[in-house]
Design a binder for this molecule. Structure first.
Ligand code: AP5
Length: 234
């Protein structure tokens, strides 16, 4: 697949339930358009691993499969979006996830629309990855990731060349995420239905939501997303 950087990607939001492929696609968009992936799940997990105040507050909430409070997450996202690498655009993965977060993001972007020093002044393109429920379960239970390079695998769909070892960071043993345990998956899916589905409805009502078929193989999902981005900038 060729690299495409002829236009700025602007802000992009990837919506979808746990296991939909947001992280997988965000990494591909990052490589293709050279804009950073801003994953609230990854940022929170980093904070948990470092034992920061935010990490301590988030740890037990995440382990139960519930959502971390809007205040904590929005503050964390604001700090991340102020970093210089976000100036050309960014792909939000896992944010916004509640109506309050969506309202907060709109207010932030509205402010930026009037800030001539920001080259990314635009409303985000919101892409929803629609995936069948049983496929989600297979994707979540089969997920493994590399603690060194962050690459995501799946024992059913994208297995590593050597069982349980990363293809890139050789000899690094792949890990299973703490919240991919069976007893945590259902609360995560419930949180999505109750708190995040209304966010998709909100973007649909404001005419900003584009749905893609997330059931397809990874390359085919990426192709749909690239088409949406190309059409948007045409
Ligand atoms: P987060 O890390 O955001 O988790 P999530 O939304 O549950 O999403 P996942 O990471 O599980 O799935 P994904 O869609 O990224 O799929 P992936 O690409 O990995 O959040 C974790 C927790 O943090 C939350 O529960 C909450 O507590 C907290 N949190 C985070 N953000 C928050 C916020 N904004 N507010 C409050 N709390 C927040 O793919 C899954 C698997 O499928 C992989 O194995 C992959 O290889 C495979 N796969 C991907 N695409 C395909 C395909 N097309 N075909 C076959 N397999 C595929």
């Amino acid at each position: 697949m060729t690299q495409e950087t002829s236009h700025d990607a602007g802000p992009l939001v990837l919506l979808g339930p746990p296991g939909a492929g947001k992280g997988t696609q965000a990494k591909r968009i990052m490589a293709r358009f050279q804009i950073p992936q801003v994953s609230t799940g990854d940022l929170l997990r980093e904070n948990v691993a470092r034992g920061t105040e935010l990490g301590l507050a988030a740890k037990s909430v995440m382990a139960r499969g519930e959502l971390v409070s809007d205040d904590l997450v929005c503050t964390m996202v604001q700090q991340r979006l102020m970093q210089p690498d976000c100036r050309r655009g960014y792909v939000l993965d896992g944010f916004p996830r509640t109506a309050a977060q969506a309202g907060w993001l709109d207010a932030l972007l509205e402010h930026e629309l009037f800030d001539n020093s920001r080259p990314t002044r635009a409303w985000p393109i919101v892409i929803s990855l629609d995936v069948d429920y049983n496929q989600l379960l297979l994707r979540i239970t089969g997920r493994r990731s590399c603690p060194t390079c962050g690459r995501i695998y799946n024992v059913h769909f994208q297995p590593p060349r050597v069982d349980e070892l990363c293809d890139l960071a050789h000899a690094t043993r792949l890990v299973t995420r703490n919240d991919d345990r069976l007893e945590v998956i259902q609360p995560r899916l419930t949180a999505y239905q109750e708190q995040t589905r209304p966010v998709a409805d909100y973007y649909a009502h404001t005419g900003r939501l584009v749905s893609v078929n997330g059931d397809l193989p990874v390359d085919d999902v990426s192709d749909q997303i690239y088409r949406v981005l190309d059409d948007h900038h045409a």
